[in-house]
Design a protein around this ligand. Structure first.
Ligand SMILES: C[S@@+](CC[C@H](N)C(=O)[O-])C[C@H]1O[C@@H](n2cnc3c(N)ncnc32)[C@H](O)[C@@H]1O
Length: 248
């Protein structure tokens, strides 16, 4: 599963949903619908990492009241437009916010459900642990946390095989994105690109860690943050996890 391409797609919100749909072989849409189907009208939901606003809109159409946050100004702008077109601005409160700030900013709120889809894998392990504790405190005692995300494969051999596919894919995407303006450049610029910029970029690629990392030991992390896992399903060859948890 080339989730490593995610960051590149996020830079073009208009195409993001379509890319995600194909990359997850349609699974993501089905999971979103499944999540929405289990939330009752009138419930209060906090969504972490709204992206283009799909899930928030789906929930609002069911009469669910949603506070949704995202740190990316481009995504927030795009989601705001989508939410307006869907005519659900009265039910969706959209905030440009880092997940690590939710407890401070939303202190006065209590949610029936906190939902995060493909977002925690964009955070460091320490950040995920910190965010989980905040989720726990923002949930009502009987509330539920729902996480859908890339998870680390348990079998080492499979992990190596996936890495073998991911690495060249990530490199190819990185180079294609960097060279996107090259076609229309002058010959001098092209020479400079191949002689100086390309070797430097390759070096950067090798030293900078990938923008997304599969979640490790999600059940353990949830239990340390005060949750009890009630459902843990795997999709797409074990690379995509769908977890439900409640306060322990
Ligand atoms: C891969 S997208 C998924 C978007 C959406 N949940 C979906 O399923 O289509 C991840 C989103 O999380 C946001 N994000 C990542 N880390 C975040 C953080 N620490 N605080 C707020 N938003 C974050 C990104 O800006 C991006 O919009």
């Amino acid at each position: 599963m080339p989730y490593v391409l995610m960051k590149a797609f996020e830079e073009v919100p208009a195409r993001f949903d379509l890319w995600m749909h194909w990359l997850t072989l349609g699974r993501l849409r089905r999971i979103r619908r499944e999540i929405a189907a289990t939330v009752l009208p009138g419930a209060r939901v906090l969504e972490l990492g709204c992206g283009t606003g799909n899930l928030a809109i789906l929930l609002a159409h069911k009469g669910v009241s949603v506070v949704t946050v995202d740190r990316s100004p481009e995504m927030v702008e795009f989601a705001r437009a989508n939410i307006t077109v869907a005519e659900v601005t009265d039910l969706v409160e959209l905030r440009r916010l880092n997940i690590l700030e939710i407890e401070d900013v939303l202190l006065a709120h209590q949610f029936d459900r906190v939902i995060s889809v493909l977002t925690f894998s964009e955070m460091s392990e320490t950040e995920v642990d910190c965010a989980l504790l905040q989720c726990r405190r923002l949930l009502r005692p009987e509330g539920e946390l729902v996480i859908v995300d890339e998870v680390r494969l348990e079998v080492a051999l499979l992990r190596s095989l996936v890495a073998l596919i991911k690495f060249p894919l990530r490199l190819a995407t990185y180079l294609v994105l960097q060279a996107s303006d090259l076609k229309s450049s002058t010959l001098a610029k092209k020479i400079l690109y191949y002689v100086i910029e390309l070797p430097l970029m390759l070096l950067t690629f090798l030293v900078v860690p990938p923008p997304t990392a599969p979640l490790r030991d999600l059940s353990g992390r949830l239990s340390r943050a005060g949750f009890r896992v009630t459902m843990n399903r795997l999709f797409l060859g074990g690379t995509l996890g769908f977890v439900r948890a409640e306060a322990a």
